[in-house]
Design a protein around this ligand. Structure first.
Ligand code: PHE
Length: 444
């Protein structure tokens, strides 16, 4: 059977940018910037994105296209059996991320539905935290919405790479940008927004310290979908004429831009209404509705906001599901539709304990963490950094020639940063990530 391919270069960039831009950029980034010192965090994040991030994304896409296989098959084909574990780790990570990601995706759907119904207590801000809490600690409601989110994800993936994924991202991503720009325009023109803009854009270098750099690197990895084979998988569907370095610049640029816009959307509004920028994970679900409640036209902006968040989450979740689906379809010969449905069902079931961990199963703890936090922590602290280090070492040492050939399309394109690429992969990325990993494990 002929392997599927992206229909166009634009489609690929939208798909890869869709994978990158997600809850990580719009939900997590603003509250991290809010708690980690604003402008300085943004600067460090952008520097990491523009160096290690760009290089690693090129490497992953190159590995995928060189092998034209899922991550397990790709590492095996290019590096032999020993390297296969890197791909296996990616497949395992995709199950882990999607199981909790989908729970948050479910909250987003719930908030979109409630925003439309007008049932979010925007007029009584003191009840917003309670309302969010009621949702996430519940049993039936969050699991139902988590199920809806998985059904949407499965539905897109089983329609195929070009027919499902590409077709939806080509509509959803431009829509996301339009919604985002409308919302940012509203936020930055609010009276009193200036202070928030300054906090977010003006670096205060005294804020730079170990934990902050560590958080920025972790965020850069997660927000570029690196270290777990998502870009390997997407790269494997890319045609051999596409310019990988150029596509990578675009993806990193778009992901960084959305993080900046995400910050410009959330933080000025939070300042304008005298809320606490360091409110943490509740910033999007608790603080923002309070802001919408006081804003003229808030009802519509709130619907736009949660619709945009849902789009961002979906274009990422499909890339997460695409990894195991490609693996099972290629290595076990099961059909793509069956694979998407079966894997999706398993991930839905894995998500149920994650959801319950927010409430009735909150007391079930491993290493002092509930199941939800354990998954998220395991990914952040172990599987993504390890996957990133292995991928960099692979691309820099073992697979340099093959990956390098992909970056120049077998010598047909000139790529004048090859030397930088080589040393970032060989030394810079592995040491930086290892430092952050060890640092995080010892000092958190
Ligand atoms: N990049 C996505 C986000 O920022 C999350 C993600 C991680 C998606 C890894 C795919 C793979 O939300």
């Amino acid at each position: 059977m002929k392997r599927e391919q992206w229909g166009s270069r634009f489609g690929f960039i939208m798909a890869a940018a869709g994978s990158a831009v997600g809850l990580g950029n719009i939900w997590k980034f603003p509250y991290l910037a809010g708690t980690q010192g604003g402008g300085a965090f943004l600067a460090v994040y952008l520097i990491i994105m523009g160096t290690i991030g760009v290089a690693l994304i090129m490497a992953e896409i190159g590995i995928g296209r060189a092998a034209k296989l899922n991550p397990v098959g790709a590492f095996r084909a290019l590096g032999g059996k020993r390297w296969m574990t890197t791909g296996v780790l990616g497949v395992v990570t995709s199950f882990m991320i999607l199981s909790f990601y989908s729970v948050v995706g479910g909250w987003t759907i719930a908030y979109l539905v409630k925003s439309i119904a007008g049932s979010i207590h925007v007029d009584a801000p003191d009840q917003l935290a309670g309302q969010f809490n009621d949702l996430v600690t519940g049993v039936g409601e969050p699991i139902f919405y988590h199920g809806v989110f998985m059904v949407l994800t499965i539905g897109i993936v089983l329609a195929g790479v070009a027919e499902g994924i590409e077709r939806s991202v080509k509509v959803l991503m431009p829509l996301l940008f339009v919604l985002l720009i409308v919302l940012v325009a509203r936020s930055v023109t609010l009276p009193g927004a200036w202070e928030g803009i300054e906090f977010f854009l003006k670096p205060d270098w005294s804020q730079v310290d170990g934990p902050m750099v560590s958080a920025a690197l972790g965020q850069a990895f997660f927000s570029l979908s690196l270290g777990m084979g998502a870009m390997v998988t997407y790269g494997s569907y890319l045609d051999s004429d596409a310019d990988i370095p150029n596509a990578s610049y675009w993806v990193v640029f778009l992901a960084a831009m959305v993080a900046v816009l995400g910050g410009l959307l959330v933080l000025p509004a939070v300042y304008a209404f005298g809320m606490d920028p360091a409110a943490g994970p509740g910033l999007t679900f608790i603080t923002l509705p309070a802001v919408f409640g006081e804003m003229i036209g808030g009802y519509f902006f709130q619907i736009l906001f949660f619709a945009m968040l849902l789009i961002a989450a979906l274009t990422s979740s499909i890339s997460l599901l695409a990894i195991p689906v490609a693996y099972f379809a290629e290595d076990f010969g099961v059909g793509r539709k069956f694979s998407a449905t079966a894997v999706g069902l398993v991930i839905f079931l894995m998500g149920v304990p994650c959801s319950l961990a927010m409430g009735v199963w909150g007391d079930i703890k491993f290493f002092d963490m509930n199941i939800f936090d354990l998954m998220a922590y395991g990914v952040d602290a172990y599987t993504l950094p390890i996957g990133g280090i292995l991928t960099a070492l692979f691309a820099g040492w073992v697979g340099l020639e093959k990956v390098g050939n992909e970056l120049t399309n077998q010598g047909r394109l000139s790529f004048n940063l090859m030397l930088a690429f080589k040393w970032i992969m060989r030394i810079v990325a592995p040491t930086a990530v290892l430092w952050v990993m060890v640092y995080g494990l010892l000092f958190s």
